[in-house]
Design a protein. Sequence first.
Lengths: 491, 99
Amino acid sequence: MSAAEAWRLSAASLADGVRAGSIGYQEAIESGWEGPAARWEPDVHAVVHADPEVRRRGAARSNGGPLAGVPVLVKDNLCTMDYPTTCGSRILGGYRPPYDATVVARLREAGAVITGKGNMDEFAMGSSTEYSCYGPTRNPYDLERVPGGSSGGPAAAVAYGLCPIGLGSDTGGSVRQPAAFCGVFGLKPTYGRLSRYGLVAFGSSLDQVGIFARHAGDVALAYAALAGPDPFDATSRLGPAPRVSDWDRGVRDLTFGWPANLWKEGVDPEVVGALEQAAACLERCGARRSPLDFLPGEYAVATYYLVATAEASSNLARFDGVRYGFRHPESDDVRALYTRTRSAGFGPEVQRRILLGTYALSAGYYDAYYLTAQRARTRICREYEVAFARCDFMLMPAAPSLPFRLGEKTDDPLEMYLSDIFTLGANLAGIPGLTVPLDLSAAGLPRAVQLLGPEDSEPLLLGAARVIEVRGEETRLGRDHLTEFAWPTKR
Amino acid sequence: MPIDRAEVERIAELARLEIPPEAIERTAAQLSEVLDFVASLSRLELDRLGPTQFAPVEAPLREDELDSRRLAPETALAAAPEAEGGFFLVPPIVENVSP
């Protein structure tokens, strides 16, 4: 393969080539820009900040680490010193953080180069990447459809080939749902396993940095480089992260939960078909199916939209036009400064969620809404505990439908919230979830499933994902490059 | 409908947001729809459950020393819309009172 085709490689193979000297650092970074981005980016619009000079300096500073010369698109809510960090919001227009997020610093230490910042729903509030002040990102598999959200930019860029790895954030499914819509892997690790230092906060008890990749092996590679305690994040888990070095162990004698009551109605038959196909594949490889009856997802949606909005209303109070970002020019007292800045700076969905969270926390309503939701959250955590006493991991849809059309849900907030029905539970319970792409539907849209496991089960989930990735063939580590990725083709 | 116009105005004030008059009715309807949906939680048996809390069992403590990665004042002020003499600048907070 020539260096110009380096963008087709997995991160593992690309880093091998760079360390062996067959691909230059500069070529490794630019290949994705020259080939696929030239073709796709004008239509898809996955990237919101990019700078060839910053990339050149990044490539020059790279090193022979595990991610040597690997370009990574980072969601625009992760702080980067060399690119603006704006969360897709006018209120942070032009903001440049004075420090790198810990996950960004760890990427650089491992030899990766930040190739740009990815588009997102404003402050990660959305499921379609339509609520961005930079305009929407489109799905490379069908430009009339959304890439999912809120991390739609990194998901779409990894799918079309800009870079083999992307970083997003997952507060309610914002990595796993766009991964499913764009046909790539998307991991939300156990709460606290990846540092949140430098991730602009949305719902602090739910937020987790997540990883996109086209190959299960690349997710493992990035996880190994990023996971682990961080003294700068008080919620990061103490003790070492689970080792993923021997993750490719198959699923023989493992049991997977099959909560079929969750997809009895309201779920696209294509999604149900994907679940059956993945289950059959796992069974062929020696896993056992254990039928479960699980709490309907509507309760998770109801709980989540109280907890997440309450936390968001507190976290977003810091955006007031004083310390960074946009300030409304006409304010003659400080109260007007706050109100005008916030009203002009935040988009409609962010304002809606701040209002809802403020209401749920306000005097007289706290017990009825916020406290009830935190109790329901305990109930949901128990539900997973009971399930994982009976199985090693669970098979779930990542989303109730295949990618929907742009504009289809923007006028109906509740309808948009319901598209996260299968992902929110993992954030409420703090457990890991992994989207595994399967194939393309007859209409050419990605189909995927989600795996959920107990805390720190990332190696097990990656092993099961690998079985589905290679359609059940016996594999061992180091064969990532043999798995063919279903690249998008322009219509 | 749990939220009416007056309630939207009350919480907007608390949240330091200004909802344009023509959007208040729509906002009230959208918030009410979500709150009606959320009312489904009353069907769950929650009486004996405590709220979920994420306070860590063993709080990680560090030495009581200055953090080496702390921001220098000029770095912290660099992104401010207005700053002067090492301070963030804001419009008057208290009324001008003559002595």
